[in-house]
Design a protein around this ligand. Structure first.
Ligand code: KG4
Ligand code: ZN
Length: 372
């Protein structure tokens, strides 16, 4: 799926190794009789992601700098509950994953014979949801005697930046802001993530989801708040920016939630309808300010030449604009993946797998998923 949505991914970056020159564990097992000669075939990573409520599969080049397909099925079953229901998520993954994997191969025009390793998110996430992906990945890899690469979901979010900017090399500072995590990392030359600070309570996405629920908006809350805020005055209401003046790189969103709750308690339904755009705009702006402020502080403290912003909340237009403007002022490079690479997807898992250790066949049969 070499879509126009992310033209920067192609055709830049060094070519993936050819089958004939790849290490033994990278080689495709059989190339069908009607396929191109072996020496012209590139092998690929097949990646699977099922850590939350998106059922995802992708085909990614071996160097992790380009994706040939990226299929995401977002489960709609959770909308009526206003949040993700773990058991419902596991069952939906089970029903959908086969079709999603098949589509990722057909979109990429790649057969399983051309897959030389299987990558899968093993942690952190909803345990039942993770297990569906891990079991499927083990089955696929085992059947074809391929190695399996376990991937940390957060490293996956950061690796989306390598798909976006194939020339990107660490060091840089990464902000991951999703529904389950909000943290700042420094990424070293060996791509290792070192935690600099994190949220002390809710994740940024969680704060947006909870705020949206209080405002009677839909799920997921991030996009719903942005939409409601589009004609709002973000300065009409005073919302607190968590740990704003604290001398650290941590975040807190509980005061912001409480502030919204008290504002809403003082309003009747009609007033809320009138004030909704301003409340949404003020709430969104406070989340954006907290994230941007601490990211810029991390750049300053660590003298970082570039920043990467990742995770579902990085799809937020105001956040992207704010960080781009502030980094431009101080000459710091910014890589923010396009929205479909910010929210959960498997292409980012394949990109992370390119530089992660593979577990050889058949040792991964005992591999487990972990929620944390
Ligand atoms: O990374 P992600 O897709 O899943 C997790 O790993 O959690 O992030 C989901 C979170 C949700 O809280 C959702 O409200 C938020 O990302 N989100 C957004 C936007 N799109 C998704 N938040 C703000 N603006 C958006 N456009
Ligand atoms: Zn995520």
């Amino acid at each position: 799926m070499r879509t126009s949505a992310w033209p920067q991914v192609y055709p830049v970056g060094p070519p993936a190794p050819l089958v004939a020159t790849a290490p033994r564990e990278n080689q495709a097992e059989i190339v069908g009789s009607f396929a191109a000669p072996e020496c012209y075939k590139q092998t690929m990573i097949l990646a699977i992601e099922t850590s939350c409520d998106d059922t995802c599969a992708a085909v990614v080049e071996l160097d992790g700098r380009g994706a040939l397909s990226n299929v995401v099925h977002t489960q709609t079953e959770h909308a009526r509950y206003g949040g993700v229901v773990p058991e419902v998520a596991s069952r939906a993954h089970l029903e959908r994953l086969d079709g999603v994997v098949q589509k990722s191969l057909s979109d990429a025009d790649v057969s399983l014979n051309e897959v030389s390793r299987v990558a899968v998110t093993t942690r952190p996430g909803l345990i039942g949801a993770l297990l569906v992906g891990v079991a499927a990945a083990k089955g696929l890899a085992y059947a074809r005697r391929l190695p399996l690469v376990p991937v940390n979901h957060l490293e996956g979010h950061v690796a989306a930046a390598y798909l976006t900017e194939p020339g990107l090399e660490p060091p840089f500072v990464a902000l991951i802001a999703s529904g389950g995590h909000t943290a700042l990392y420094s990424v070293d030359r060996d791509r290792k993530l070192r935690l600099l600070g994190e949220t002390l309570d809710d994740a940024a996405g969680e704060a947006l989801d909870k705020g949206a629920r209080m405002l009677g908006l839909g799920f997921p809350g991030g996009p719903a708040i942005s939409k409601a805020a589009s004609n709002g005055d973000r300065d009409r209401y005073d919302f607190p920016v968590g740990l704003k003046d604290k001398d650290n790189l941590d975040f807190s969103f509980s005061g912001l939630k409480t502030s919204l709750l008290y504002k809403l308690k003082a309003m009747d339904g009609e007033r809320l309808r009138e004030e909704l755009p301003h409340l949404a705009a003020g709430y969104e702006a406070a989340v954006v300010e907290a994230l941007s402020r601490k990211l810029l502080r991390a750049v300053d403290l660590h003298d970082a030449p570039a920043v990467v912003v990742a995770g579902g909340v990085a799809a937020n237009t105001l956040l992207r604009r704010t960080i781009e403007e502030r980094c431009a002022r101080i000459g710091t490079g910014v890589v923010v993946p396009p929205p479909d690479l910010c929210t959960d997807n498997a292409a980012m898992i394949g990109a992370a797998a390119a530089s992660a250790p593979a577990v050889p066949f058949p040792e991964y049969l005992s591999l487990n998923a972990r929620s944390s």
